[in-house]
Ligand binder design. Structure first.
Ligand code: PHE
Length: 336
C-alpha cells in the first residue's frame, strides 16, 4: 500500500492537466485500477478476523486518501488550465442577433428625413374603409379599389393596403404646415412569389405648406434616393394614376446594377420603378381639414421592401419573413 501511495503521488506530480489527472484516477481507482484490484486479489477467507479488520481499515484509508489526492490534483489542474487562457485574444463572436434589413433601411430613411425637418409617425394596421379608401378620394364603387387586393375583416374594417391610410389622419391631427413620414407594415391579398408578399413595408411621406410644387417633390425624392444609395442617381418622372394625387407620378431611378444599359433586375428597361408620388388631391386636403386654396402639398409612398431588395441585392422577397438565420445574420447592426 505504501508503494502504491508513492507511485500515485509521483504520477500526480507529473500531471498538469485535468485530463492527465483523470487518466491517473482511472489507472488507480477505476474498475480495473491498481487500488481496486488490490481488494479483489486478496483472499479474505484465509485471514483471521483481526487481520481481516486491519486490512479493511487500511484499504479504506488508502482508497479515501487516493480519492482526496486525485480531487485535489484536479482542482489544481483546473486552475492551471484557466491560467493558460490568452487574455489578449479578441472576444468570441457574440450570439446577439442582427438588425432586420427592412429595419436597417427604415431607420436610415427616418434619419435622412429627420435631417430635413420631417416628423416621424407610425400607423395602425387595422383600418376603417374610410381612411384606407374613401378619404383618399376612392369612392365605394370606384374601380381603383380593385387595384389593391384587400383583406376585409368581418366587421367591415380592412388590413391597411398602404401607408396612405395615415395621410388624412395626420392632416386632421396636426394641420398645416406639415412635414411628416410614416413607415409601416401593409397587407394585400397577393399570391406569394419571388417579388410579391402578402405582408410588406412602405414609407409614406407628405409635405404640406404654402407654395409646395412638383419641384419640391423632385428635390426631396432625389435627396432621399441619393442618401439611401450613397451616390448621385438619375431619376425620371412618368405619369401615374392614383386617385389621391393630381397630378400623379411614378418616379423611376436608373438601374444601379447596369447603370441604365439594361439587365435582368430592371427587365432590360434600364429603369427601376420605385416611388409612386404626386401632388395631394384638393379633396384629400379638404378631408384633412386643410384649405386647398391656401395650401398645397405632395405625397409619396416608397416601397420599403423593394428598396431593401435593391440596396442589398436581395433577389427573393420571401426571405424577409422566412426567419432564416443564415440570411438574417448577414446584416450587421450598423446603427449606434
Ligand atoms: N399608396 C400608393 C400604393 O401603395 C402609393 C402612393 C402613395 C401613390 C402616395 C401616390 C402617393 O400603391
Amino acid at each position: 500500500m505504501e508503494t502504491i501511495k508513492d507511485n500515485l503521488l509521483k504520477e500526480l506530480a507529473k500531471a498538469d492537466t485535468w485530463e492527465a489527472v483523470e487518466k491517473i484516477r482511472v489507472a488507480f481507482l477505476g474498475r480495473q485500477g491498481i487500488i481496486t484490484n488490490l481488494n479483489k486479489n486478496v483472499d479474505m477467507r484465509a485471514m483471521n478476523t483481526d487481520t481481516r479488520k486491519a486490512w479493511g481499515r487500511n484499504f479504506n484509508t488508502l482508497k479515501t486518501w487516493a480519492e482526496d489526492a486525485v480531487a485535489a490534483a484536479k482542482a489544481n489542474a483546473k486552475i492551471t488550465v484557466k491560467a493558460n487562457v490568452d487574455l489578449t485574444l479578441p472576444p468570441a463572436p457574440s450570439s446577439l442577433g442582427s438588425v432586420h434589413p427592412i429595419s436597417l433601411v427604415q431607420i436610415e430613411i427616418e434619419q435622412i428625413f429627420q435631417g430635413m425637418g420631417f416628423t416621424v409617425g407610425s400607423g395602425i394596421h387595422v383600418e376603417s374603409e374610410y381612411y384606407n379608401f374613401s378619404a383618399l378620394n376612392i369612392p365605394d364603387d370606384h374601380p381603383a379599389r380593385e387595384m389593391q387586393d384587400t383583406f376585409w375583416l368581418t366587421n367591415g374594417q380592412v388590413l391597411r393596403t398602404h401607408t396612405s391610410n395615415m395621410q388624412v389622419r395626420m392632416l386632421q391631427n396636426y394641420g398645416a404646415p406639415l412635414k411628416a413620414i410614416f413607415p409601416g407594415r401593409c397587407f394585400r391579398y397577393e399570391a406569394v412569389d419571388a417579388s410579391h408578399e402578402n405582408t410588406f413595408y412602405q414609407v409614406e411621406g407628405i409635405m404640406v405648406d404654402h407654395n409646395i410644387s412638383i419641384a419640391n417633390l423632385i428635390a426631396i425624392m432625389r435627396e432621399l434616393l441619393s442618401s439611401v444609395f450613397h451616390q448621385n442617381i438619375t431619376v425620371r418622372l412618368r405619369p401615374g394614376y392614383f386617385p389621391f394625387v393630381e397630378p400623379g407620378f411614378e418616379l423611376d431611378c436608373q438601374c444601379l446594377i447596369c447603370k441604365g444599359h439594361g439587365c435582368k433586375t430592371c427587365k432590360n428597361s434600364g429603369w427601376i420603378e420605385l416611388l409612386p408620388c404626386g401632388m395631394i388631391h384638393p379633396k384629400v386636403l379638404a378631408e384633412g381639414k386643410i384649405n386647398p386654396d391656401e395650401y398645397t402639398g405632395f405625397a409619396f409612398g416608397l416601397g420599403l421592401t423593394r428598396l431593401a431588395m435593391m440596396k442589398y441585392n436581395i433577389p427573393e422577397i420571401r426571405l424577409f419573413n422566412s426567419g432564416e438565420i443564415d440570411f438574417l445574420k448577414q446584416f450587421v447592426p450598423a446603427i449606434a
